[in-house]
Design a binder for this molecule. Structure first.
Ligand SMILES: [Zn+2]
Ligand SMILES: [Zn+2]
Length: 99
């Protein structure tokens, strides 16, 4: 059974489950009904893997933070290479994406 990619709308066989909005450190139980195909996910600015959670599912980037190299879910942001002094940068980014 194929599912429809949330971005390109094509029916795809190989797809990645998309976590529900607000998911942090998602598991299978946090999957929404939506999926994204690998091709879209690679170029998507709206969905991404958490580099710590692995490739089980994709998060909405609105629920994530990035250090410009990788995306992190909010649970794993502590694992990022960001230094404490740059925390204010995070905050402004968060308020930016919430606008
Ligand atoms: Zn797609
Ligand atoms: Zn994570």
């Amino acid at each position: 059974m194929t599912k429809k990619c949330i971005q390109c709308g094509k029916h795809v066989q190989a797809s990645v489950p998309v976590y529900k909005r607000g998911t942090v450190c998602g598991t299978e139980e946090d999957y929404s009904k939506q999926v994204i195909c690998n091709t879209c996910l690679k170029s998507s600015e709206e969905y991404a893997y958490c580099c710590c959670c692995g490739e089980e599912g994709a998060y909405s980037t609105k629920d994530m933070l990035t250090d410009e190299f990788s995306w992190y879910c909010k649970e794993h942001i502590d694992e990022s290479s960001f230094e404490e002094e740059e925390e204010s940068g995070w905050r402004s980014y968060i308020s930016y994406i919430n606008d």
